[in-house]
Design a protein around this ligand. Structure first.
Ligand SMILES: [Zn+2]
Length: 463
């Protein structure tokens, strides 16, 4: 029914942000579903491997959540009103911060951009980004999501909170606003009264001059001519120059093609599961803290009710992010590890115990695993090697990326090794691991973005 259409609209990004600021952490799930393909695609272009990209993506969402819960206004200072660009901005910042300690985690094009000074293209078409910045959030989002990201109308409706039918006319209005803002900036720069009058007349702001005068000036004035020429190609300019101007690093053509192949996740990521648990714990703690605080004034800068629990949750979330980091990425990842006997691979089929589904594969030693599978291998001896890397032979069996993790002595321990699996032929993946000595049980688990089995696992070994 038309009369109920407005009521059935899902919450916009802006509404979700307000709800999260109010302490409802679970609302980040909708933002995650909505923006994961784009943010993860951006991260795939910054990171060296799918697992690096997964970490960059998780960190970006976690940092956004932390900032919203802590009551800070920082996300609104950059990319106001755009959750997508805020997340991509966070991905780029984290990737830049890895340049010193973890260059091997960054893609070659990203490293090359950093080697050139990580410069933003300020020389190109500055007026367009200034004009864009002058627009309110909704026209900005329409231009960005429809022209740059080329998102589906249904997705843009969810992001902006506008009914679908209002998206195409909204885009036309946004383009007109951008044109007017740009003309205004360029006309001011040209400085000449005749130019300002003529350019504004073209966009429906007549200033008493006759049309013939205006047309003559536009024909004869090179400055005005170049402005109008730019405006003829506005869409192309938005697509080509806005992303690098606003985000600094932008992968270009490959972005859209790759994004089309990335599906939204079907289950909650580890950071969200931990955030929800942390909020539950934090809320009960902060309620009692607030009750106590009624007897004394709040310290300066702590007037928001959410701030106190937000800080506690931020700490817990920091730990959650740390847990997503592949082990062995620090300076301690050197030393002696080897699996007995002599680093020979331990085949998937030789496990001592399995929980959850374990399906046979074409090769007899391989097994196909899902997110609920745990394989236990007993008596794995890690002593005797000088190397500190682990290998696994595997592939993802669905179109999505998947992660295989090794844990020592408990299926709930932090992983000591993580391997990214991508769809395609079976391949050998190498990852660094921390120094491990002695004999351990090894638990193998996988992280799928679907409920279905997602990893064909052949063997693991140290080198
Ligand atoms: Zn002129």
């Amino acid at each position: 029914m038309i009369s109920t259409a407005h009521r059935e609209l899902p919450p916009s990004d802006g509404q979700l942000v307000r709800v999260i600021r109010g302490g409802t952490v679970t609302a980040v799930r909708q933002l995650y579903q909505r923006h994961y393909p784009a943010v993860h695609t951006y991260a795939l272009h910054c990171g060296a491997t799918p697992i690096d990209a997964y970490e960059l993506t998780s960190r970006a969402f976690t940092q956004l959540l932390q900032t919203l819960l802590s009551g800070e206004l920082i996300p609104e200072r950059r990319h106001p009103g755009s959750v997508r660009r805020q997340l991509q901005d966070l991905v780029r910042r984290t990737a830049v911060s890895w340049a010193g300690a973890r260059p091997a985690s960054l893609s070659q094009p990203f490293l090359e951009w950093l080697a050139r000074g990580g410069r933003w293209p300020f020389q190109d078409d500055g007026h367009l980004s200034f004009a864009f910045a002058l627009l309110p959030a909704t026209p900005q989002n329409l231009l960005w999501h429809l022209l740059v990201e080329q998102d589906a109308v249904a997705d843009v409706a969810r992001i902006t909170g506008l009914p679908r039918a209002e998206i195409p006319p909204g885009l036309d209005r946004a383009k007109a606003q951008l044109r007017r803002a740009r003309i205004s900036l360029r006309a001011d720069r040209l400085g000449l009264t005749q130019c300002r009058i003529a350019l504004r007349a073209v966009h429906g702001e007549p200033d008493g001059r006759s049309d013939a005068d205006v047309m003559r000036h536009l024909r004869e004035c090179a400055g005005c001519h170049s402005v109008l020429d730019d405006l003829d190609h506005l869409e192309t300019r938005v697509q080509r120059t806005l992303p690098p101007r606003l985000l600094g690093w932008w992968p270009g053509h490959g972005y859209g093609q790759l994004k089309a192949r990335i599906n939204p996740p079907v289950s909650d990521p580890p950071f969200l599961v931990q955030a929800v648990e942390a909020t539950r714990a934090g809320q009960s703690g902060s309620r009692s803290a607030r009750r106590r605080d009624h007897t004394k004034p709040l310290p300066p800068g702590r007037h928001r009710r959410i701030t106190r629990s937000g800080i506690a949750l931020s700490r817990l979330l920091s730990r959650a992010v740390a847990a997503t980091r592949p082990s062995g990425s620090g300076a301690t990842a050197r030393g002696a590890t080897r699996l007995r006997p002599g680093g020979a691979p331990i085949t998937a089929g030789s496990y001592d115990e399995a929980q959850g589904p374990v399906l046979p594969a074409e090769r007899s030693e391989a097994r196909i695993l899902s997110s609920s599978t745990v394989l236990r291998f007993d008596g794995v001896d890690f002593s005797g090697s000088r190397d500190a890397s682990a290998r696994a032979r595997l592939r993802a069996t669905t179109g999505d990326l998947a992660v295989l993790e090794l844990r020592l002595d408990s299926p709930r321990a932090e992983p000591c090794a993580r391997f990214g699996a991508s769809n395609g032929p079976v391949c050998e993946v190498v990852t660094r691991i921390p120094v491990i000595t002695g004999v351990h049980q090894v638990f193998v688990t996988v992280l799928c973005l679907t409920e279905k089995p997602c990893v064909e696992f052949h063997w693991f070994a140290t080198t």
